[in-house]
Design a protein around this ligand. Structure first.
Ligand SMILES: *[C@@H]1O[C@H](CO)[C@@H](O)[C@H](O)[C@H]1NC(C)=O
Ligand SMILES: *[C@@H]1O[C@H](CO)[C@@H](O)[C@H](O)[C@H]1NC(C)=O
Ligand SMILES: *[C@@H]1O[C@H](CO)[C@@H](O)[C@H](O)[C@H]1NC(C)=O
Length: 500
């Protein structure tokens, strides 16, 4: 992806990011104390661990960033009102006071779905970006065809990007802008902008999917554009938007801080390849709330360099579930810390909640809590998979991996499609530690019992846990049966992944 422009602002963002990381690390250190995060000795302080995770993520000294009580924000405040005025203006045709509305139509956009409006959008953006209190307006009731666009900041203050109509991508991959192979709509270097309006962002992805090496095995594996990318931003709010049929991923938040996504809908066919709904990478303090996502890949994926990611009230399915990872591909170092999911309904999906890492990687995933999840017709509702291998050739076991610790699954209930409802497959070389299952109730649709399988997963069960998870306490290693492996192969066909 493109690097952010602006020297001084860039330095400031990096500075703020570093401070935040340091604060989080300090908080985690305080909260961990002794014996909680430790892998050795078997003297886990269960009580302390449970307390740490019991009430919204920690005590006052602890991991407050997993709490939901600090939902301050300007929501309901000044900016919000201004945004609402823009909405009502759209309905009444009267411009909102104190707002500089920049309508793409005034810059020559045709909005007929066939003429290329890229230039008009860029001209309008340049204007909007130069004004305080600007509204970059994409009017409703029309279809704007635009190619790859970089909406670059920094802009003046209080920018609103009001998308009411439909923005649609050109269909033909062969005609795609070669200078932007992985990006369609990029928002970069913005501070405090709002992206909203109830409109639609449509990637016209079907020809890209047909060219994917996952669909057509004769094709070379290469990435396709992400429909919308928020990169190197801070304080950005996205709400009330619909993304559909992306060429590859739908909405990526990368190298950003303090981003909130609410009321985002994502829709793509179940068999569309790598069409993750929301992807978070290299970002901290990200909140995803009240989103409904159904695609051909992960509803939400959280990858390397992400800290303090909160998800609440998520509807997911079809798709591959809500995932942390994949991490550690090609021997890389990865770090993810402080992820909380509170409230989700996951239906007709391959997985419910999952952590996936590759053999040979390094780094860690820790302090994760998946809570209050209803699953309905999900193959494997609870998964830790340290043998993740989305490659054409089989992956071999190695002596390193991304370390997984302090992961709690709490109040997860519903129906599983596969007998192995809970798969805690940790590597022999780097076992998982402090894995907690609490108040779990999973069954087959027909009421048949399901199972928990463990490999080198250390931790404990708490409260009522069905299927039983005694194996967490005995943590057998090296024990996946050949039958499990066969099942693995079935679940993950040997194709090469094109993902980040
Ligand atoms: C993962 O993120 C860390 C910083 O958090 C960085 O040092 C490392 O290079 C990243 N790994 C990859 C594969 O991008
Ligand atoms: C368990 O999760 C479900 C689904 O989100 C929720 O409705 C229920 O209130 C939760 N139960 C408890 C005790 O938190
Ligand atoms: C990798 O390790 C797992 C767990 O011990 C084992 O079940 C599996 O057979 C191993 N795979 C290979 C390719 O050696």
């Amino acid at each position: 992806m493109e690097a952010i422009g602006g020297g001084r602002r860039g330095t400031r963002i990096v500075g703020l990011f570093l401070v935040l990381v340091m604060v989080i690390m300090a908080a985690v250190k305080t909260a961990s104390g002794h014996g909680v995060a430790g892998d050795e000795g078997g003297d886990h302080d269960h009580e302390r661990f449970l307390k740490l995770w019991a009430d919204g993520g920690g005590d006052a000294r602890g991991e407050g960033y997993l709490n939901w009580d600090d939902d301050d924000d300007e929501e309901g405040g000044h900016d919000e009102e201004a945004a609402d005025r823009v909405m009502s203006w759209a309905a009444s045709c009267r411009p909102p006071t104190g707002r500089n509305v920049v309508n793409v139509d005034s810059f020559g956009a045709a909005g007929d779905g066939s003429v290329d409006d890229t230039e008009a959008f860029l001209d309008a953006w340049k204007k909007a970006c130069s004004l305080n209190d600007a509204v970059f307006l994409v009017p409703g009731g029309r279809r704007y065809k635009v190619g790859a666009i970089k909406f670059m900041g920094p802009c003046k203050n209080r920018m609103v990007i009001q998308i009411q109509g439909t923005i649609v991508a050109p269909e033909e991959p062969s005609e795609w802008d070669p200078t932007s192979p992985r990006l369609w709509l990029l928002f970069s270097g913005l501070a405090g902008a709002r992206i909203q309006g109830g409109g639609v962002i449509d990637g016209s992805g079907s020809k890209w999917w047909a060219n994917s090496c996952k669909i057509d095995h004769s094709m070379q594996c290469k990435g396709a554009p992400t429909a919308m990318t928020i990169d190197s931003c801070r304080g950005v709010r996205v709400r009330n938007l619909r993304l559909q049929n992306a060429q590859q991923m739908h909405l990526t938040v990368s190298r950003s801080r303090d981003v909130r996504l609410a009321g985002v809908r994502v829709e793509a066919p179940e068999d569309s390849p790598n069409t993750d709904g929301i992807h978070v990478a290299d970002s901290s303090a990200v909140t995803i709330q009240g989103c409904r996502i159904g695609t051909g890949d992960d509803c939400i994926s959280i990858s390397n360099g992400s800290f303090a990611v909160r998800m609440k009230d998520i509807e997911c399915g079809p798709g591959h579930g809500i995932s942390i990872g994949s991490l550690g591909q090609g021997g890389s170092y990865a770090a993810v810390e402080g992820v909380a999911l509170d409230g989700a309904r996951i239906s007709r999906a391959q997985n419910g909640v999952r952590i996936k890492t590759w053999q040979g990687g390094a780094g860690y995933v820790r302090n994760v809590r998946f809570a209050n999840v209803l699953v309905d017709d999900v193959d494997h509702p609870i998964v830790i998979d340290q043998f993740y291998c989305d490659a054409r050739s089989p992956c071999h076991n190695q002596t390193s991996n991304v370390r997984v610790s302090n992961v709690m699954f709490r109040n997860i209930t519903g129906t599983a499609r596969q007998p192995e409802a809970i798969r805690l497959a940790c590597s022999d070389a780097v076992p998982c530690s402090d894995i907690v299952l609490s108040d779990i109730n999973l069954l087959r649709e027909d009421g048949a019992e399901v199972q928990t399988i463990c490999n080198c997963a250390k931790g404990f069960d708490n409260g009522r846990v069905r299927p039983a998870a005694d194996c967490l306490r005995t943590s057998p290693c090296g024990g996946m049966s050949p039958a499990d492996e066969a099942m693995d192969k079935e679940a993950a066909p040997p194709v090469r992944h094109t993902e980040l």
